[in-house]
Design a protein around this ligand. Sequence first.
Ligand SMILES: Nc1nc2c(c(=O)[nH]1)N[C@H]1C(S)=C(S)[C@@H](COP(=O)(O)O)O[C@H]1N2
Ligand SMILES: [Mo]
Length: 446
Amino acid sequence: MSANRKSSNINNIESQSSQADLLDLYLENPVKADEVVFGRKAYPDRRGFLKGLGLAGMAAALGGYIPFHRNMPGGLIPAAMASGTPDLAIKGKDGLIILNDRPVNAETPPHLLDDEITPTTRHFIRNNGIPPVNVDPEKWVLTIDGLVNKPLTLKISDLKKHFDVVTRNLVLECGGNGRAFFEPKARGNQWTYGAVACSQWTGVKLADVLQAAGVKEEVVYTAHYSADSHLSGKPGKLPISRGVPLAKALGDENLIAFEMNGAPLHPMNGAPLRLVIPGWPGSCSQKWLTRIELLNQVHDGPKMTGKAYRVPNNPVAPGEKVDEKDFVIIEKMPVKSLITYPENNIQINTNELEIRGHAWAGDRLVNQVDISIDFGATWQQAGLGQPANKGAWQRFKTTVKFPKTGYYEIWVKATDDHGVSQPFAIDWNPKGYLNNSFHRIAVRVA
Ligand SMILES: Nc1nc2c(c(=O)[nH]1)N[C@H]1C(S)=C(S)[C@@H](COP(=O)(O)O)O[C@H]1N2
Ligand SMILES: [Mo]
């Protein structure tokens, strides 16, 4: 193929639509997308070259011809895409940083989490497998079974008809949020700060639905099942199936949700139906929910056993090997906070600056938030709001005064209602969970 023909190919592709097509294809069927873009059989060996339509599509998506396209390894996420260029945003998402394309995992930069209610466009995505496609909300069925008096099969319309519908702001945070800062490195998605959100969810209370089915005396744990498929493509193999102790499941804060911020759920956030179990690792909040089973023992589904979503039962030194039997399941998430204004690395010409953000503390309340501009030598207490409801985050706000020009770091530290504060150092664990060390941003005063 001549160079001319190549460039005319690119010109023929209307930039906007091919970006959307390519991204949609990656979201719906990454194997196929890689085949189209990188040539046949890009998976599992991830080799092959960008050519033909794939090259044209990628070039259009990136906004220009790629002179060294022959050097691009199969499956490479272009840096332009990985850095969250708005052009390449996932449909219905805005400004997320893509960490992985298969499965899709994307986090939100802290300054885009400034709203009290996180817009759907900015809610992070954490997928363990491949989301279902062509879901029909009218036909969706949720089964409640296991150790119940009366198994239930409920359509979404039944949920709306037979149960109280409630709306709540609820924090979802991935257990691995902050993993990127572990040293030695922990394997898995390298989340920095933005695998957390507080959207407004509408649905029915999990407790009401379980009570309606009649929880048998011997029940101690739930098991959650969904319609996404395993990366291997093996039929019937589940990417993830977790659960919670019955006492948590019966908490008034948990929802079976069919709306997010007043609209149907985003396809990547579990449409048409999901659990939202605030304060516990996000993995407890099964997306694309099809079934809840009640058990007389701790659930043993994928990502419940071994070291998944577990931490050592005693503190360990960074890098220390820990025996599998010494791990415990993560329950409530620890106290944490995030500066959402200003953005990291800003330069200002005044000596006063408003600082704001959110704080949250698993099943607890946040009692105090402190800010330091001198690397933790002194702290000033910030104003702190109440949560909109149980499970929502709390707004903090304060104004800091800089004594002179120069480089500063703003540090934030929250304390929960049991007097437990965020640590400065990371409590290292082998899988990189529960990093609630201080959030810091840089400010240059000119
Ligand atoms: N069915 C299903 N549910 C799931 C997951 C998944 O991969 N499949 N990921 C879990 C994890 S690990 C997290 S942190 C949250 C993330 O929710 P979000 O993608 O809507 O932000 O969903 C949880 N529910
Ligand atoms: Mo997660």
